[in-house]
Design a protein around this ligand. Sequence first.
Ligand code: ACO
Length: 428
Amino acid sequence: MSKDTLSIRDNRTEKEYEIPIWEDTIRAMDLRQIKVKDGDFGMMSYDPAFLNTANTKSTVTLVDGGNGILQYRGYPIADLAENASFLEVAYLILFGELPKAGELAKWEAEIKTQMALPEALPNIMKAFPKDAHPMGAFVSNTAALGTLYPDAREVLDEELRWKHIKNLVAKSASLGAYFYRHSQGLGFVDPDEKLSYAGNFLRMMFHEGGGDYTPDPAVERAINILFILHADHEQNCGTTTMRTIGSSQADPYSAAAGAAAALYGPLHGGANEAVLRMLAEIEDVSNIPAFMDSVRSGDKRLMGFGHRVYKNYDPRAKIIKKVAEDVFKVTGRNPLLDIALELEQIALSEDYFIERKLYPNVDFYSGIIYQALGIPVSMFTVMFAIPRMVGWLAQWTEMLGDNEQKIARPRQVFLGPVDKKFVPIEER
Ligand code: ACO
């Protein structure tokens, strides 16, 4: 008869243990009873970089990397990208269900009326050098925004929690766009409640002069889709940072700043920037063979390829490739696209990449679109951070409502020296 347990025999002691299995998982704490002698700490699991450790249970986002599936709250990503607005998807991710018409109207009004930044923020931004990296500024300005709301620290008060979730979702786009204006030496542009979230982002970035701004519908749709595709991706490096900081009950602005800092790195959200720099370095299709040689020899990485979880085509990359075609009809073709298409074709047919299950990820084509829209390369990771704010906050509030969670505090396997005698400086 089958049983949902795992039998473990410790050959050091010849003792047997039976450990419950739940959702194909054993609890690491169940290993602690495995000891050689009383007084031992007990067995731990060793898992650098969390390759096989579930840090939480969650109902927000499903990523099935082997099969290339991504769903928010049960809805496949392609359906959402095709049919919904970014704020509709944000509502779904945060509240768990798609909004009814009245709920969506109320939610949109709440967010759009809060998009303008309080005066302190533009003033803080002006203190940054114009060539500061926009992600460094995004991290700092997100944390700085939190200093304006002392009640944000009351994270166990649900009503206040939602007040600040809405505020951060609303202001995320503005934090990114306002800093772009500063970096270009341009005046700030306030949001306009008549526009969509994506349209407002474009207005705050690119509006010249006063009066109304009407975004190009294809460009607005592209930003809307790109924001949806980046809204959440379960327990990645940035989100785990959000949960880890949040587990100490720090305010959500500080936790989101930390999550954004994690996203900044070139192996994570910084990859879209790294892809563009790589394509620019390759410069011409004729240089691809030499570049691929350096990838095969391990000197270089093909940025925008590979993923810790997807060992199949990233479903977001497929959607983005299609968006790229629509955008190029408006902006003209980005010449880097030819290099990207050729790299993709080689990588998908070569043993080195096939054996390692390396497929294009979400970042491979997004940068080419952003560049065509006139967004500077250094802003690309900000384009990722703006919508990811939604996922960070959904995961953060889920964590605070989970009574199994405590302050995050991994263990270590200590291999250093012990009990050394202090040596006075003149004797060393
Ligand atoms: N180009 C060339 N080789 C690669 C690449 C790549 N992009 N990615 C992985 N490999 C190779 C590694 O060299 C390694 O080869 P080996 O077994 O011969 O040593 C093997 O594939 C496994 O690689 P790991 O680094 O162990 O895989 P891991 O799961 O740790 O890394 C990561 C995943 C960080 C995304 C990696 O694939 C990478 O660096 N990709 C490029 C950066 C990138 O595009 N990041 C964006 C990820 S998506 C996101 O964060 C939104």
